[in-house]
Ligand binder design. Structure first.
Ligand code: NIG
Ligand code: FE
Length: 437
């Protein structure tokens, strides 16, 4: 809502601030680090959280014109952040959902011309404007379920021109008249998502993408200047039958040089080397930090089924995060990550939807959160942190978003409930009543 300058969420039985997230306890019964405050108000002033505490109306004089939301039946948490999503595409791959249910694997389907290439064909057929409209439908859905920041990857264009079209479609959606109906945009350029039909060999495609990087980085900067987007990041699918570690190093190294932050899809079907590469890149950046003006960071390794505890431990020490994507395991029938491994390594783990038309055809972070709890062994506290403050960390935004703290941006969700466990009173997010950005 942008109508009122001041909003007071009054008398919530349970406000989850996540203020002390660094001391988050991993035991499912403990709420330490979640910082749960009972019978509490949250005051928003001009887009910023200006106070959190009991009975703020009576305590502060002179609040002036203010919208008061009776929150006595709502739990209030920081706005949800979907830090890994592919919400912009055309066409349908529902046939693959059926095939996978009948026992075919994601990799077999891709080898037969399905998978990413099938969505590429459909996405290339539509105009920028049409693509933008399709994306908006998905983004509106995300917002309705409490997503305040949506990471959106390109990756279905698969040549420089078509990839740029995807990025332009995202920017078009967020600069148009409906921009206020959408979550905030965190765009990621995933040109190297799969082989390009126009280029013989993956090396040649990487070369073409690297050559186009200055244009892409400039588009990203322009969108930030216009205030319609967070900075553009870069990503790659490092996996057997997709891009190699060497190709990934080339691409991500170039992206970092252009000041882009980077993510890596990796270790999903095999220990493909993404965690190792992320550590190498992050270490290199650390060593040259003082000499560089522009600053791209290695933000996350995503998927991580086959990352070892020591891979993850090394990343943790370098300040790189991990992203778990349990919905992909559910739909693609591949192993779930094990929360114990992340916990032992000390890495900050976010939980994303990985929403895409193929491997994870469900745009619902609540369901992803439920799978994280029930199938991966994350605690309730870890799950809530995973879709708020750790997801902000995964996008490099944790200093301004992700927790309810005085001075931070006012991005929050109020859902039906009395206690923190009511997070799970709906597994689909239809208990969300208010979303503030
Ligand atoms: O994250 N792993 C690579 N990319 C997507 C799949 C995209 C697709 O199948 O369209 C993922 O699962
Ligand atoms: Fe993905």
């Amino acid at each position: 809502t942008k109508k009122h300058k001041k909003i007071l969420f009054k008398n919530s039985p349970c406000v989850v601030t996540l203020k002390d997230w660094d001391s988050l306890e991993n035991d499912s019964l403990s709420q330490k680090g979640l910082s749960v405050i009972k019978n509490c108000d949250v005051l928003i002033n001009d887009g910023i959280i200006s106070d959190i505490g009991e009975d703020l109306l009576n305590k502060s004089d002179n609040l002036g014109e203010i919208e008061v939301v009776d929150s006595s039946k709502y739990v209030i948490i920081p706005g949800l952040i979907d830090c890994h999503s592919h919400p912009i595409f055309a066409g349908s791959r529902a046939n693959e959902t059926v095939l996978k249910s009948q026992g075919m694997t994601y990799e077999e389907i891709s080898a037969k011309g399905g998978g990413i290439v099938a969505t590429m064909k459909a996405t290339r057929k539509v105009t920028t404007q049409e693509l933008s409209e399709l994306y908006k439908l998905n983004a509106i859905d995300s917002l309705a379920r409490g997503i305040v920041i949506l990471e959106a990857k390109t990756g279905y264009g698969l040549n420089p021109v078509q990839e740029r079209k995807m990025l332009e479609a995202l920017y078009e959606a967020h600069s148009g008249k409906d921009a206020n109906e959408l979550p905030l945009l965190c765009p990621t350029y995933l040109g190297p998502h799969a082989a390009s039909p126009e280029y013989r060999g993956l090396d040649n495609y990487i070369q073409a993408l690297v050559e186009d990087l200055p244009n892409i980085a400039a588009l990203g900067e322009e969108a930030v200047k216009k205030g319609i987007s967070f900075p553009l990041a870069a990503d790659i699918f490092l996996e057997r039958n997709y891009f190699t570690k060497e190709q990934s190093e080339r691409w991500l190294g170039a992206a970092l040089q252009h000041g882009l932050d980077v993510h890596i899809h990796s270790d999903e079907f095999s220990r493909s080397g993404g965690a190792e590469l992320a550590a190498e890149l992050a270490r290199r950046l650390e060593q040259t930090a003082s000499k560089r003006r522009q600053r791209g960071r290695v933000l996350t390794v995503d998927h991580c089924q086959y990352s070892t505890e020591s891979d993850l431990g090394r990343l943790a020490l370098l300040g790189v995060g991990a992203v778990a994507l349990p919905t992909t395991s559910f739909f693609s029938k591949i192993p779930y990550v094990d929360a114990k491994r992340f916990r032992a390594s000390g890495i900050k783990v976010a939980i994303g939807s990985d929403f895409n038309p193929g491997s994870s055809p469900m745009n619902n972070i609540w369901f992803s959160s439920y799978l994280a709890l029930s199938q991966c062994g994350f605690s309730l506290a870890e799950v809530i942190a995973g879709v708020t403050i750790n997801a902000a960390f995964a996008l490099g935004l944790e200093r301004i978003y992700g927790s309810l703290e005085i001075g931070k941006k006012a991005a929050l969700v109020a859902f039906d409930g009395n206690c923190v466990e009511d997070f799970y009173s709906s597994l689909l997010g239809d208990h969300v009543r208010h979303v503030v950005i």
